[in-house]
Design a protein around this ligand. Structure first.
Ligand code: NAD
Length: 366
């Protein structure tokens, strides 16, 4: 096949090192010449954030972090930033905290240093999200891309195993969707494959021992790669589905991704044999779906949407909202009928193999 594609690499500095967040942050603040810092962290992460910010001066702390960034919260936080003449935003936390920093930057154009404590990967994308009147809007703007990301696996030790599994599989979903996103190319596919391997190494390690630092490092590394691959490839079918489930039905972000992932993989993979083979290889499996399902079984991964508040009665409306957003480039044509089947299977935790185009390859149960 001829190599013909376009690819954009986003400019961002990434600093990696366990136990080094505080010193790295101080160096970075100095490098950027920032004087008036706004530290964003939820109330429950205040102590963690203060440890990270121990070597710098902060002019204002902001802790009103709410998942999916309600517009009212964003407006309040922007006002606080302006009132305090802030010149740098530092966020310490998961995707919700990073999301708030991005919402402030979207209007104020302030730079961000992100210190992530989950594997959502938001820190490495130029995607912002805001929720207004129960509808989540997302957009792309380089101004929200954090200038610097500081990864310190010690900060993720306290993330409960169940949430770590869901969050790591959220990263895996970025990788798998990047294989067939609208701008998929060999560069983001290579990053996604490396991300799958890192996540598939780290997840079982931390399920066995939640304090396994090397496992946690693999997860942060995988989370970063997954986000870079995803932001470059663009939202594919998986993200279009999860965006609606989270934004309209308020399903929890990471758990929703962790559940839907197997269904989208089964749905698309036979129509994208190259992606399917890369995913299998990255998982160290003969078959992509079998490899993913074995990993999910080993992890005790989330497996049905009924556990998170989605109901049979929601499916018709959800299909209507998702369908127009599905990229025309999705490897397998998506119709109201087959999307309904996909959501029905994910709702109750059916074997994803029922969605295969050529369903002859044996059981894939979780
Ligand atoms: P989150 O940030 O909402 O965190 C989930 C829970 O984990 C919270 O209760 C939080 O306090 C807790 N937590 C976080 N770190 C912890 C730690 N180290 N120890 C103990 N508890 C910890 O969840 P998330 O999955 O990281 O992010 C979800 C949000 O991020 C969603 O709104 C999603 O849309 C957004 N997101 C955006 C992008 C993007 O590119 N813009 C990418 C991924 C996710």
């Amino acid at each position: 096949m001829p190599l013909e594609f376009s690819h954009t690499t986003l400019g961002q500095r990434v600093l990696f090192g366990a136990g080094q967040a505080a010193s790295r942050l101080a160096e970075e603040v100095q490098r950027l010449g920032a004087q008036r810092i706004m530290l964003i962290a939820s109330a429950s992460k205040r102590e963690l954030a203060q440890r990270v910010a121990a070597e710098i001066d902060v002019v204002v702390n902001y802790d009103n972090v709410v998942m999916h960034v309600p517009i009212e919260v964003a407006q309040d936080a922007r006002q606080v930033a302006r009132k305090n003449a802030v010149d740098l935003l530092i966020c310490v936390g998961g995707g919700s905290t990073t999301g708030l920093a991005k919402a402030i930057a979207l209007e104020t154009r302030l730079p961000i240093i992100a210190v992530p404590t989950t594997y959502s990967g938001s820190e490495a994308t130029n995607v912002w999200g805001l929720t207004e009147a129960a509808r989540k809007t997302t957009g792309i703007d380089d101004v929200v891309l954090p200038t610097t990301v500081i990864y310190d696996a010690e900060l993720t030790m306290s993330l409960p195993v169940e949430l770590s599994v869901a969050s790591g599989l959220n990263g895996m979903a970025h990788c798998i969707d990047a294989m067939w996103g609208p701008h998929a190319n060999p560069i983001n596919q290579a990053l996604a494959a490396e991300g799958i391997s890192a996540l598939a190494t780290g997840l079982p390690a931390i399920v066995q021992d939640s304090q396994d630092l090397a496992g946690r490092e693999q997860l942060l590394y995988g989370a970063y790669l997954s986000a870079v691959a995803f932001t470059s490839a663009g939202s594919g079918l998986h993200h279009k589905i999860c965006h609606v489930l989270g934004g309209t039905y308020n399903l929890p972000h990471a758990q929703t991704h962790a559940t839907v992932l197997a269904y989208v993989l089964a749905f698309n993979m036979d129509a994208a044999p190259d992606a399917r083979d890369r995913i299998a290889k990255a998982l160290g499996a003969d078959d992509a779906l079998e490899g993913l399902q074995q990993l999910r079984a080993q992890l005790g991964a989330p497996d049905k949407l009924t556990d998170y508040g989605f109901t049979e009665a929601d499916i018709v409306e959800a299909v209507k909202i998702i369908l127009p957003a599905v990229p025309a480039s999705n490897p397998r044509p998506v119709t109201a009928e087959n999307l309904t089947e996909l959501l029905q299977a994910a709702l109750v935790g059916d074997d994803p193999a029922v969605l295969l185009e050529s369903p002859a390859s044996g059981p894939h149960t979780l």
